[in-house]
Write a protein that binds this ligand. Structure first.
Ligand code: SAM
Ligand code: SF4
Ligand code: SF4
Length: 383
């Protein structure tokens, strides 16, 4: 099989974290229903990330290391996955409560069979004001070249592609399944041609592993219309052998680019945005819009919990309120035990109102490197 034909599907054991309990009163109409929905730290619910599969054809060392996610890992049976109808039913309730953006993720979301059908269902949803949602997808790009057009036709607005280097040897080592960089670049080009832009490219930076790719990546995407973002290697999950020494702080990333191409700081595009934006400067020190921008996502060195408006729905329907949470709420049971839409909406509202999560903030306050509590894997709830 050529590397450009069907990628291998490798099972992932998700484990079955025990769900958080929902008290009886969670299903009753909230007493404060007339107030806008906010959590304990006055954060609204805006962004829903839905993991549509626990499988991936890559073995990125920072996410699904081969030694852990090997051939003996059992993946979820199909009956455990939320169906498209179940996902859409939940999404509708989330939209009622304030969600305006849905991101499909995984595992590798393009491995989920007929994902276009789900996108069509989600694209048909409307906010209470009658507006469509912003529907995006994060992918490793391996199947994008052949799927971009169908995704766009189904109603997808934009894509984010993960790409950890331009050098083929470095990239093949990062994905650890020997996948060539050229195929991902073809996927990015196809996404742009299909109108899935502005395409964002995410590069996870591991010090000493792919940090020599920062400048080549910045030079390659400067002026291309693609927004490149550098992500600090995070201590998410429990299997990627994370060490603070492997983190290259975003400030260093920006410093390295600045030495080659001057940058100016830009305003955040939207409240709760995770990336800090930098524009390429012209000779007058002003933002050269034609040259575009880069972003840094400083999840480790600069916590952005204060504005975090994201909820995450796992492949089997567990709702996680933080990327670093150890447990979620079992929404699949609510669907399958016959709860009404109203009861499910009330429960979601109850869950969000009691949310207090701020893991990254606490990590930066603590003298140790993060908590030792069990944490769910990134490949299970998506990025
Ligand atoms: N498979 C798809 C992909 O790679 O784009 C979607 C799922 S992946 C879990 C989502 C994002 O999480 C990717 O951009 C990936 O680079 C990022 N990610 C995974 N593990 C990470 C880690 N330990 N630190 C920082 N980012 C990570
Ligand atoms: Fe797969 Fe994405 Fe994780 Fe890489 S980051 S192993 S592509 S889920
Ligand atoms: Fe949001 Fe949790 Fe990340 Fe803080 S640590 S920004 S609460 S996902």
């Amino acid at each position: 099989m050529s590397e450009r034909s069907t990628p291998r599907t490798i099972p992932i054991a998700a484990g079955q974290p025990r769900a958080l309990p929902l008290p009886v009163q969670a299903f009753a109409a909230p007493a404060v229903a007339d107030r806008p929905l906010q959590d304990q730290r006055q954060r609204p619910l805006r962004d829903l990330r839905i993991s549509v599969t626990d499988r991936c054809n890559f073995r990125c060392t920072y996410c699904m290391p081969k030694e852990v996610f090997d051939k003996d890992h059992a993946y979820l049976p199909h009956s455990a996955l939320l169906s498209f109808e179940e996902i859409t039913r939940l999404a509708r309730r989330f939209v009622d409560l304030g969600v305006r953006k849905i991101r499909l993720t995984g595992g590798e979301p393009l491995l989920r069979k007929n994902i276009e059908a789900l996108i069509e269902q989600l694209a048909a949803l409307r906010t209470p004001e009658g507006a469509p949602l912003d529907i995006t997808l994060t992918t490793n790009g391996s199947l994008l070249a052949r799927k971009a057009r169908a995704l766009k036709d189904a109603g997808l607005n934009r894509v984010t592609v993960s790409l950890d280097g331009l050098d083929d040897t470095v990239f093949r080592a990062m994905n650890d399944v020997d996948f060539p960089v050229e195929s991902v670049l073809e996927g990015i080009a196809a996404a742009r041609d299909a109108g899935l832009g502005p395409v964002k490219v995410n590069m996870v930076v591991k010090r000493g592993t792919n940090d020599d790719q920062i400048l080549p990546m910045a030079r390659h995407f400067r002026g291309s219309g693609v927004v490149l973002r550098f992500i600090e290697f995070m201590d998410v999950g429990a299997t990627n052998g994370w060490r603070m020494d492997d983190v290259l702080p975003s400030a260093d990333v920006i410093r390295r680019i600045q030495q080659d191409m001057p940058l100016v700081a830009l305003e955040a595009a939207a409240p709760g945005e995770t990336a800090q934006r930098w524009g390429y400067a012209n000779a007058n020190g002003q933002w050269d819009r034609n040259a575009g921008e880069v972003g840094v996502i400083s999840s480790v060195t600069q916590a952005f919990c204060a504005d975090c408006n994201r909820a995450r729905l796992s492949t089997e329907g567990q709702l996680y309120l933080c990327l670093f949470a150890g447990q979620g709420y079992d929404l699949r049971s609510l669907l399958r035990e016959g709860r009404s839409d109203e009861e499910i909406g009330n429960a979601l509202s109850w869950i969000w109102r009691q949310r207090g999560d701020r893991y990254s903030e606490l990590r930066s306050l603590s003298s140790t490197t993060g908590s030792q509590r069990p944490r769910v894997e990134m490949s299970y709830i998506g990025g």
